[in-house]
Design a protein around this ligand. Structure first.
Ligand code: HDL
Ligand code: ZN
Length: 419
């Protein structure tokens, strides 16, 4: 059936959709970035871009340097090795390699010169405050959600000194050590003044854990709590992880009106010699997520799942439970082929009631490429979906496209948090 939008009229419409997607400000709901008052915790610049753990894993496939020798190198020497292996000896066509070049190009640097010393010199002349503003401007990111851990020995002291508020950065309270390493974490809590012990948690321990979560949620003004989980996470369960979630985390989240973000599918340290780059992926049993959403309708859940094979079931779960908000193409799924597949499937099943992407950026400059790459793909999918809509005789106004894109870029998530 001939589209009601004649070929001629479609071009302006498609161009409008692309322009709206390219220019709508984004709330980046999950990153590993820090506001400038956190000092060295905020990574930025060419050497941090090059030693990103994605590129460490890729470069160690292209060289035969012993792992321990690599780790003994300085950051600059590691970056030199990665630049040579992945950009000079081989074309930088992987997503993480192309991303570095997208970012450098957007910052106005001439990558065809392949002049790493000159690039280093440019970054050495930048001031962090200006660079934060420049990267957020280029990425079109208006708000960044950090990943904040009271268990991080570098980060905790900064929070204890009550750092100046930077409204561009909001907090998410990360609790992996509490839920996944109770025997090591309970003594820490006890040292910090919470009456718990490393044995099986009891009523008293659960209320003390809630007090800990309350203290840190207030200190950080956290927007949600989050945990990454192994593929075999089970709920309900008799294990300490399930017990702490049921008797401490979920009551705390209900009391504070905060979502709880579950990120299942991580196999930590499948190759420990790669250190941070050594984590892998496994198929998760999403019945656990289903049970949580069904059993705790007063709680709000966020989820992003690591295995491609889990994505369809995650979408169906989101259709069944309006207290579940799915977000992002996380980590190993954050590649164009899967972003396109997942975004198309999610729009086809959920409309605009989800958050298609988060950057997961660890290095400030990465938001430029992660968002530039993703915006292009989301625009392609939306142009196709609005065109298909047009074939029914329905006409979508510019204002409605702007509303829909605002929803996808953080608006739906913020409505979910307020619900
Ligand atoms: O657990 C997480 O939040 C993951 O995003 C890990 O930090 C992972 O190392 C990562 O950076 N993925 O992009
Ligand atoms: Zn992350």
């Amino acid at each position: 059936m001939k589209s009601i939008l004649s070929e001629a009229s479609r071009v302006p419409f498609a161009a409008q959709v692309e322009e709206i997607v390219a220019s709508t400000p984004i709330f980046d709901v999950h990153t590993h970035l820090y506001a400038p008052p956190f000092g060295e915790l905020l990574l930025w610049g060419i050497d941090d871009l090059l030693v990103y753990h994605y590129l460490v894993a890729e470069s160690l496939r292209q060289t035969d340097i012993p792992y321990e020798k690599f780790w003994s190198l300085s950051k600059t020497a590691q970056a030199d090795l990665i630049w040579d292996a992945l950009f000079i000896q081989h074309s930088p066509i992987s997503e993480a390699c192309r991303g570095v070049l997208t970012t450098l190009h957007a910052l106005g640097l001439d990558v065809k010169k392949r002049d790493l010393p000159a690039i280093r010199k440019w970054f050495a002349a930048q001031k962090v405050e200006n660079h934060v503003a420049q990267c957020m401007e280029l990425a079109g990111v208006k708000k960044i959600c950090m990943t904040n851990s009271p268990f991080d020995d570098l980060e905790r002291p900064v929070w204890e000194k009550n750092p100046p508020q930077d409204d561009r950065f909001v907090s998410a309270l990360r609790i992996d050590p509490l839920l996944l390493s109770w025997s090591e974490t309970a003594p820490l809590l006890s040292r910090w003044g919470y009456d718990v012990n490393a044995g099986a948690a009891s009523g008293k321990a659960f209320s003390e854990v809630r007090r800990f979560l309350g203290d840190w949620s207030k200190r950080m003004n956290s927007r949600y709590l989050m945990v990454s989980l192994p593929p075999d996470f089970e709920f309900p369960g008799r294990g300490i992880t399930a017990q702490l979630i049921e008797h401490a985390v979920l009551p705390h989240c209900r009391e504070f009106g905060l979502p709880f973000a579950l990120m299942p599918g991580v196999k930590r340290a499948v190759n420990p010699q790669l250190r941070l780059a050594g984590d892998g992926v496994g198929l998760s049993n999403l019945t656990s997520l289903q049970n949580l959403c069904a059993q705790f309708p007063e709680n709000k859940f966020m989820a992003t799942v690591l295995a491609r094979e889990n994505q369809h079931e995650l979408c169906v779960l989101a259709r069944k439970f309006r207290n579940l908000h799915i977000f992002g193409c996380w980590w190993f799924t954050n590649i164009p082929s899967l972003i396109q597949e997942m975004t198309r499937m999610r729009i086809e099943m959920l409309g605009t009631s989800f958050t298609p992407q988060h950057s997961d950026a660890r290095v400030l400059d990465q938001i430029v490429y992660k968002w530039q790459h993703t915006r292009r793909i989301i625009a392609q999918v939306l142009v196709e979906k609005y065109a298909e809509l047009g074939q029914t005789g329905w006409q979508t106004s510019r204002a409605e496209v702007e509303r829909d894109v605002k929803d996808l870029f953080g608006g739906a998530f913020e409505k979910f948090c307020r619900a």
